[in-house]
Design a binder for this molecule. Structure first.
Ligand code: OAD
Ligand code: ZN
Length: 246
């Protein structure tokens, strides 16, 4: 309870806050994370590892197999935002959160109402034709399942705007994220193992005085945090937020 009160004080202090998150933010929406005991990378379902199947070269060579894995594991069209997404959106609306920086590709922050979201690894909701660049919605992609999605304009293969292994992050998104993190007084990190670079390295730009970590498992940045909460992130944020704003 003391931890929740401490988090309430941070949320209520009205300082410049930024949230940095990962897959753990969406597990309470029913989307599995990658590295937990029940995470995607612990399942053995195929001759290839998930990291191999989510690699740029695999996409280029084996599009049917890539899309089968991708649609079955990375795309969750029925998932709804949970308390973590909702509280973060409310904090932004109240003028207390400058931005969400996320490694997630599910678009749930925006669905919950967050406006300033830097999606370091892209989004399943944006898809572009590899030949003519035409935009395709997630619904257009799903409607072509189980075949490889092709462009309605030119018939070429459409690629999700998701950063695969072997691809670089979008410069503008990285710059935007660094800008937000640099200017923050308070950085709340949650639902991420902080083990994937360069994304995790961006928190090194934090120059403020209050680092809060809300994560089920330990991370390598725990020692740098002023407040560590080992709870479920949706539940934790909701409890602290309702105390701060009631
Ligand atoms: P990970 O699966 O590596 O880490 C998720 C973390 O969230 C773990 O440390 C869990 O303990 C924690 N967690 C899970 N559910 C939680 C909950 N309800 N409350 C609090 N903590 C919870 O996921 P990421 O760090 O996001 O890249 O992984 C980074 C990148 O690796 C992903 O963006 C993805 C993957 O390869 C791409 O897809 C490009
Ligand atoms: Zn096209």
């Amino acid at each position: 309870m003391d931890e929740i009160n401490a988090l309430r004080d941070v949320l209520a202090a009205g300082r410049r806050m930024v949230f940095f998150g990962g897959a753990g933010v969406s597990t309470e929406s029913g989307i599995p994370d990658f590295r937990s005991a029940s995470g995607l990378y612990r399942r053995e379902e195929s001759a290839y590892s998930p990291e191999e199947m989510l690699h740029h070269d695999f996409f280029m060579q084996y599009q049917p197999q890539f899309y089968e894995y991708y649609f079955n594991n990375l795309v969750h069209p029925a998932a709804q935002p949970n308390d973590a997404h909702r509280v973060l959106a409310s904090l932004e609306a109240a003028g207390n959160l400058a931005a969400v920086v996320t490694q997630n590709v599910d678009g749930l922050h925006q669905q919950a109402g967050s406006r300033t979201v830097a999606e370091l690894h892209g989004s399943v909701r944006r898809n572009y034709c590899m030949n003519c660049g035409a935009f395709h919605s997630l619904e257009e992609m799903l409607s072509q399942r189980p075949t490889v999605p092709v462009c309605r304009e030119c018939g070429s293969v459409v690629k999700p705007d998701v950063v695969l292994y072997g691809e670089t992050l979008h410069d503008e998104t990285v710059c935007e994220a660094i800008g937000h993190i640099r200017q923050a007084d308070v950085l709340i990190i949650g639902g991420t193992s902080l083990s994937v670079y360069p994304a995790a390295g961006l928190i090194e730009y934090f120059n403020g005085d209050t680092l809060v970590l809300i994560n089920r498992d330990a991370t390598t940045y725990d020692r740098a945090a002023q407040l560590i909460i080992r709870g479920k992130i949706g539940e934790t944020l909701q409890k602290a937020w309702s105390k701060a704003y009631s």
